[in-house]
Design a binder for this molecule. Sequence first.
Ligand SMILES: C[S@@+](CC[C@H](N)C(=O)[O-])C[C@H]1O[C@@H](n2cnc3c(N)ncnc32)[C@H](O)[C@@H]1O
Ligand SMILES: [Zn+2]
Length: 279
Amino acid sequence: MTRPATLPDAVVAALRCPLCSAPFGLDGRSLRCPSRHSFDLAKQGYVNLLHAGVAAGTADTAEMVAARVAFLAAGHYAGLRDAIAQVTAHADGLVVDAGAGTGYYLAGVLDRLPGAAGLALDVSALALRRAAKAHPRLGAVVWNLWEHWPVASEAASVVLNVFAPRNGAEFRRVLRPGGTLLVVSPERGHLAELASVAPVLEVDSRKEERLDAALSDHFELVSRNALRERVTLKPDDVRNAVLMGPTGHHPARLAALPEVTEPAEVTFAFSLSEYRRTV
Ligand SMILES: C[S@@+](CC[C@H](N)C(=O)[O-])C[C@H]1O[C@@H](n2cnc3c(N)ncnc32)[C@H](O)[C@@H]1O
Ligand SMILES: [Zn+2]
């Protein structure tokens, strides 16, 4: 019998009770703080620390998660996964992935860091069921990134943020001084050829300037690299690419999607921005 998935010790040590901020111990399959606040691990291995619901429309739906799993499993973003793992290849300790989804990138990072543990934070329990099994040194916690994170200050050597909401104040608080923040976002032109299938993501041309400005109090930009690739997607991949993006949140747009029968040549365009916590 396989052992049920659980939380790595380093992840338990970094977590804090969302009700009283005290450290947790793992008691069987429950996280418990000294004030006896208790949170059970789901059988899939993740734990839900959210005590309040989040507005609908923020968590990815089951259909979006399934599309993302299929798209990533086809290997289309393997180049991006490698590029991310390369930036973090010299880290140790704890890597926190803010908006980790199914844990695809965090697992790639942990593969290169034999001594490290990973904490996947996401509001989608459906995605975290996958993340909890994506790597043996990965712990998955349901949380809303816009709230104060249930993570000790200065616990992380790396914070990853891949196509997910950015909370600069919490990035700063949980990173140790000198730690690395890696923000990955789509660039202008990303999947632009799919405009005939679904509305494409509008990428603001001053987005990076805004990102740097928002982080400038506590972070300095260390490097910024663009990754561009032209690839041919099969019809199923095209559909998954649309479903897993912003269109996936809009049932009316999904219902109106034209049937895709032909492969499509598309552009992937990403930017990877590496910051160092200065103060
Ligand atoms: C575009 S997906 C990216 C997932 C993953 N980083 C990847 O690239 O495969 C955005 C993720 O952010 C999560 N998310 C959106 N709003 C959130 C919030 N307020 N708190 C936590 N996670 C959130 C979604 O559930 C989803 O998994
Ligand atoms: Zn407590």
